[in-house]
Design a protein around this ligand. Structure first.
Ligand SMILES: Cc1cc2nc3c(=O)[nH]c(=O)nc-3n(C[C@H](O)[C@H](O)[C@H](O)COP(=O)(O)OP(=O)(O)OC[C@H]3O[C@@H](n4cnc5c(N)ncnc54)[C@H](O)[C@@H]3O)c2cc1C
Length: 292
């Protein structure tokens, strides 16, 4: 039986309390959210925190709501909460697309949005979705809050800009009435991690000209989960199948997949291109439907 190494346990009663506990216990303390990544890592002794700071009582971090012209998602919103949120799905259907294919109901009932992006697994689904919709992370420390683009949030595999005495508290996404978004994933079986997955968000202007494009990719070694070259290619062009296919080619050429038990490099690169095309097509269809 795999058991974690010994650790101390603290239960935070507020965001400020959690931050004070993190500061007091130092860099060997870790935040415990849903525990679906951290606890298995502790059992395997891949993580051996000296103290766990449990933030499950912080219901103020579980809200999903519109504030002004932004969709705001608390870090402690569970996957199931995001999947059930009508306000999130209506503004950003990409989030529902992604949540439908993340793990299984057991994981979704407990795992959190914040825990997922802070884990920064290179195959994580929400990281690609939030990169596509150009979300901003709100991070709180002893000196107050700071905001970081999700495109600068990830500093490498399993590594983010969140400091040892900081907490990710919220993700904010600007709401665009002229936008559409979609997420597509290939997995070996239902509930599995992606072989490859792509999220796309498009804003369309007159005559369906693309005024802004966001493309997030996961499991294919895209820097910061972003297909930046394909996005740049699309801006200013009409939303056509031809341009989506070309964007797919560009995205496939610029990603950097690794061979593993989920498939060889060529297969993943092929998926990156094809899924980019499909995600863009889905995003465009939704943007056009909103414009009618
Ligand atoms: C069987 C299984 C299948 C899965 N399938 C998928 C899948 O298909 N796609 C996918 O994307 N994911 C998948 N996952 C991952 C799952 O979505 C994440 O493990 C989980 O949601 C992480 O969130 P958590 O709340 O459990 O985080 P935790 O395990 O509690 O924490 C993860 C890390 O983030 C840190 N952390 C958590 N919250 C914060 C915060 N607010 N501020 C700062 N640091 C924080 C923790 O200290 C820890 O280092 C799967 C997991 C399992 C167990």
């Amino acid at each position: 039986m795999q058991v974690p190494a010994q650790f101390e346990y603290e239960r935070a009663s507020s965001v400020e309390h959690a931050i004070a506990l993190l500061a007091r216990h130092g860099p060997e303390a870790r935040v415990l959210a849903g525990g679906h990544s951290l606890i298995p890592m502790m059992k395997l002794r891949l993580a051996e925190p000296e103290t766990l700071i449990d933030i499950n009582d912080l219901s103020e971090l579980a809200e999903i709501e519109v504030q002004g012209d932004e969709l705001c998602i608390g870090a402690m919103a569970r996957h199931a909460d995001l999947l059930a949120s009508e306000v999130a799905g209506s503004h950003y259907p990409i989030l529902h697309d992604a949540e439908h294919v993340i793990a299984d109901p057991v994981v979704r009932n407990r795992g959190t949005v914040g825990g997922s992006v802070c884990q920064a697994d290179p195959s994580e689904d929400l990281s690609a979705a939030f990169a596509a919709i150009q979300a901003t992370a709100v991070i709180q420390g002893a000196d107050g809050t700071r905001t970081v683009s999700m495109r600068e949030f990830f500093t490498g595999p399993y590594d983010t800009v969140v400091g040892p005495a900081e907490l990710l508290v919220q993700l904010r996404v600007p709401i665009h009435p002229d936008g559409g978004s979609a997420y597509v994933k290939v997995e070996r079986r239902v509930g599995d991690w992606p072989v490859a997955a792509v999220g796309a968000a498009l804003r369309l202007g007159r005559r369906n000209k693309i005024t802004d494009a966001g493309i997030g990719m996961t499991a294919v070694g895209a820097a910061h989960f972003v297909a930046a070259e394909a996005e740049a290619y699309l801006r200013g062009k009409p939303a056509t199948e031809e341009h989506f296919a070309k964007a797919g080619e560009i995205a496939a050429a610029h990603c950097n997949p690794s061979a593993d038990q989920r498939g060889p490099v060529d297969y993943k690169r092929h998926l990156a291109g094809e899924l980019t095309r499909r995600a863009l097509r889905g995003a465009a269809e939704r943007a056009m439907a909103r414009a009618v």
